[in-house]
Write a new protein. Structure first.
Length: 204
């Protein structure tokens, strides 16, 4: 059976938000249409405490876009975003949520960032998504949402390494593109790892 994974379609990643993805709002009606084709839909939610180590504001003298070592791993610093309980952390109001079986929150440990919906960036913290999908007989996942070059990419890569046949829905994702070409680089990484690229209208 197949599942749809909707990654981080939250106000802070949409135009006007703290870490806005250009054209991020354009994928919302597409994702709503795609949901009609799935019996099994889950979502992920970036869900940081205020003191999260990925926020530039929590490192004096550091700016957004600079790198630090956080708990032994290279960490780019972000604007403060998706703080637990804030409006920015909420899903966009137009996104349909009725069909969702579960929401997997990530980024809750202040000492480690978490891009993938499956595991944190140290590969230790597990959201339980893989087990949840497998327990429900899911073998194939379709990934959409934000941002193509961070949370979507790492969710796709972990989906593959967890053994799921993994598809990226190309017209239902957008990149934050902190650096030029990040979108294209992420596409190559996902394809090289074995991801299949689909257009929403071609999903059966
Ligand atoms: C994301 C940067 C920081 C994402 C989350 O959802 O792609 N990007 N936190
Ligand atoms: Zn985040």
């Amino acid at each position: 059976m197949k599942a749809l994974i909707i990654v981080d379609v939250q106000n802070d990643f949409l135009p006007g938000g703290a870490l806005a993805v250009k054209e991020g709002d354009q994928i919302i009606p597409i994702i709503n249409q795609i949901q009609e084709k799935f019996d099994f839909v889950v979502a992920t939610q970036d869900w940081h405490p205020e003191d999260h180590g990925s926020f530039a504001a929590n490192h004096s003298g550091k700016e957004v876009g600079e790198f630090i070592i956080l708990n032994g791993v290279n960490q780019i610093l972000w604007p403060t975003h998706c703080v637990q309980g804030s409006l920015g952390a909420e899903f966009h109001k137009d996104l349909m949520t009725e069909k969702w079986k579960a929401v997997f929150q990530k980024g809750t440990n202040p000492l480690v960032d978490s891009y993938s919906g499956f595991f944190d960036n140290n590969n230790k913290g597990d959201t339980g998504l893989s087990k949840f999908l497998k327990n429900n007989g899911i073998e194939e996942v379709f990934v959409c949402g934000l941002a193509e070059d961070y949370c979507v990419k790492f969710t796709v890569l972990d989906g593959l390494s967890e053994g799921f046949k993994t598809h990226l829905i190309l017209d239902a994702t957008r990149a934050v593109n902190i650096y030029e070409n990040d979108f294209a680089k992420a596409m190559i990484e996902m394809k090289n790892a074995g991801a299949n690229i689909v257009h929403s209208t071609n999903i059966e």
